[in-house]
Design a protein. Structure first.
Length: 146
Protein backbone atom coordinates (compact mmCIF):
# COMPACT_ATOMS: atom_id res chain seq x y z
CA UNK A 1 0.00 0.00 0.00
CA UNK A 2 2.82 2.39 0.85
CA UNK A 3 4.47 1.71 -2.54
CA UNK A 4 1.27 2.51 -4.42
CA UNK A 5 0.80 5.71 -2.38
CA UNK A 6 4.36 6.81 -3.20
CA UNK A 7 3.88 5.96 -6.88
CA UNK A 8 0.58 7.86 -7.02
CA UNK A 9 2.18 10.89 -5.36
CA UNK A 10 5.09 10.82 -7.82
CA UNK A 11 2.72 10.64 -10.80
CA UNK A 12 0.69 13.50 -9.35
CA UNK A 13 3.79 15.66 -8.97
CA UNK A 14 4.89 15.01 -12.54
CA UNK A 15 1.45 15.84 -13.88
CA UNK A 16 1.24 19.02 -11.80
CA UNK A 17 4.40 20.49 -13.36
CA UNK A 18 3.32 23.15 -15.88
CA UNK A 19 3.87 22.24 -19.53
CA UNK A 20 6.25 25.17 -20.08
CA UNK A 21 8.44 23.95 -17.19
CA UNK A 22 8.73 20.53 -18.82
CA UNK A 23 10.05 22.04 -22.08
CA UNK A 24 13.74 22.77 -22.23
CA UNK A 25 15.22 25.69 -24.07
CA UNK A 26 16.40 25.06 -27.60
CA UNK A 27 20.12 24.58 -28.08
CA UNK A 28 22.15 25.75 -31.04
CA UNK A 29 21.65 22.49 -32.98
CA UNK A 30 17.87 22.71 -32.44
CA UNK A 31 17.85 26.29 -33.70
CA UNK A 32 19.82 25.31 -36.80
CA UNK A 33 17.28 22.54 -37.52
CA UNK A 34 14.37 24.99 -37.10
CA UNK A 35 15.99 27.46 -39.49
CA UNK A 36 16.68 24.80 -42.13
CA UNK A 37 13.13 23.47 -41.80
CA UNK A 38 11.87 27.04 -42.32
CA UNK A 39 13.68 27.19 -45.67
CA UNK A 40 16.83 29.16 -44.89
CA UNK A 41 19.44 27.70 -47.22
CA UNK A 42 22.60 28.82 -45.46
CA UNK A 43 23.21 29.57 -41.83
CA UNK A 44 26.29 31.69 -41.49
CA UNK A 45 26.35 32.28 -37.74
CA UNK A 46 24.21 31.52 -34.68
CA UNK A 47 24.79 33.06 -31.28
CA UNK A 48 22.85 33.71 -28.08
CA UNK A 49 22.16 37.41 -27.57
CA UNK A 50 20.04 38.94 -24.80
CA UNK A 51 18.07 35.77 -24.18
CA UNK A 52 17.30 35.00 -27.83
CA UNK A 53 19.18 33.19 -30.56
CA UNK A 54 20.45 35.50 -33.30
CA UNK A 55 21.25 33.98 -36.68
CA UNK A 56 22.72 35.33 -39.88
CA UNK A 57 21.07 33.39 -42.69
CA UNK A 58 20.52 33.29 -46.44
CA UNK A 59 17.13 32.64 -47.98
CA UNK A 60 16.39 30.45 -50.98
CA UNK A 61 16.38 33.61 -53.16
CA UNK A 62 19.94 34.38 -52.01
CA UNK A 63 19.06 37.36 -49.80
CA UNK A 64 20.98 37.66 -46.55
CA UNK A 65 19.12 38.38 -43.29
CA UNK A 66 19.48 38.54 -39.55
CA UNK A 67 16.74 36.65 -37.74
CA UNK A 68 15.94 35.93 -34.11
CA UNK A 69 14.72 32.66 -32.62
CA UNK A 70 12.89 32.31 -29.30
CA UNK A 71 14.69 29.53 -27.39
CA UNK A 72 11.52 28.62 -25.49
CA UNK A 73 9.19 28.19 -28.47
CA UNK A 74 11.39 28.01 -31.57
CA UNK A 75 9.46 30.87 -33.17
CA UNK A 76 11.51 32.65 -35.83
CA UNK A 77 11.37 36.44 -35.99
CA UNK A 78 12.18 37.59 -39.52
CA UNK A 79 11.11 41.04 -40.65
CA UNK A 80 10.83 39.79 -44.25
CA UNK A 81 8.53 36.81 -43.67
CA UNK A 82 5.37 38.68 -44.64
CA UNK A 83 3.87 39.05 -41.16
CA UNK A 84 2.80 42.55 -40.13
CA UNK A 85 5.08 44.33 -37.69
CA UNK A 86 3.93 46.61 -34.89
CA UNK A 87 4.99 50.23 -35.02
CA UNK A 88 6.59 52.03 -32.06
CA UNK A 89 3.33 53.44 -30.55
CA UNK A 90 1.81 49.95 -30.61
CA UNK A 91 4.88 48.43 -28.95
CA UNK A 92 4.93 51.14 -26.29
CA UNK A 93 1.24 50.51 -25.54
CA UNK A 94 1.84 46.76 -25.21
CA UNK A 95 4.87 47.33 -22.97
CA UNK A 96 2.87 49.65 -20.72
CA UNK A 97 0.05 47.09 -20.56
CA UNK A 98 2.65 44.52 -19.43
CA UNK A 99 3.53 46.76 -16.47
CA UNK A 100 6.62 48.45 -17.85
CA UNK A 101 7.06 52.17 -17.16
CA UNK A 102 9.65 54.89 -17.63
CA UNK A 103 10.28 53.34 -21.03
CA UNK A 104 13.23 54.67 -22.98
CA UNK A 105 15.72 53.74 -25.68
CA UNK A 106 13.17 51.91 -27.81
CA UNK A 107 14.69 50.38 -30.92
CA UNK A 108 13.64 47.82 -33.52
CA UNK A 109 16.09 45.14 -34.60
CA UNK A 110 14.43 43.25 -37.42
CA UNK A 111 11.24 41.71 -36.07
CA UNK A 112 12.21 42.22 -32.42
CA UNK A 113 11.96 45.39 -30.34
CA UNK A 114 14.37 46.27 -27.52
CA UNK A 115 13.74 48.77 -24.77
CA UNK A 116 14.88 49.80 -21.33
CA UNK A 117 12.31 50.47 -18.65
CA UNK A 118 11.28 49.91 -15.05
CA UNK A 119 9.29 46.82 -14.17
CA UNK A 120 6.51 46.42 -11.60
CA UNK A 121 9.16 45.99 -8.86
CA UNK A 122 10.74 49.33 -9.91
CA UNK A 123 13.85 47.55 -11.20
CA UNK A 124 15.62 48.77 -14.32
CA UNK A 125 15.24 46.09 -17.00
CA UNK A 126 16.27 45.47 -20.59
CA UNK A 127 13.41 43.87 -22.48
CA UNK A 128 12.99 42.13 -25.86
CA UNK A 129 9.49 42.11 -27.35
CA UNK A 130 7.95 40.40 -30.34
CA UNK A 131 7.56 42.74 -33.29
CA UNK A 132 4.43 40.83 -34.29
CA UNK A 133 2.32 41.01 -31.14
CA UNK A 134 4.36 42.89 -28.53
CA UNK A 135 4.66 40.03 -26.06
CA UNK A 136 7.75 39.99 -23.86
CA UNK A 137 10.27 37.45 -25.12
CA UNK A 138 13.04 38.17 -22.62
CA UNK A 139 13.63 40.52 -19.71
CA UNK A 140 16.66 40.92 -17.53
CA UNK A 141 17.71 43.36 -14.86
CA UNK A 142 19.91 46.21 -16.01
CA UNK A 143 22.44 46.75 -13.27
CA UNK A 144 22.12 45.75 -9.66
CA UNK A 145 22.29 49.04 -7.77
CA UNK A 146 18.79 50.25 -8.52
Amino acid sequence: MLKSLIAATAVGLVLSVPAHAQNKALGMADVEQKLRAAGYTQIHEIEKDDGLWEADVSRADGRFAEVWVDPATGEIFDEHDGRALLDSPQVLARAAAAGLRDIHSLERDGAVWSLEARNARNQRVEVRLSGYDGRILHSERDGWLD
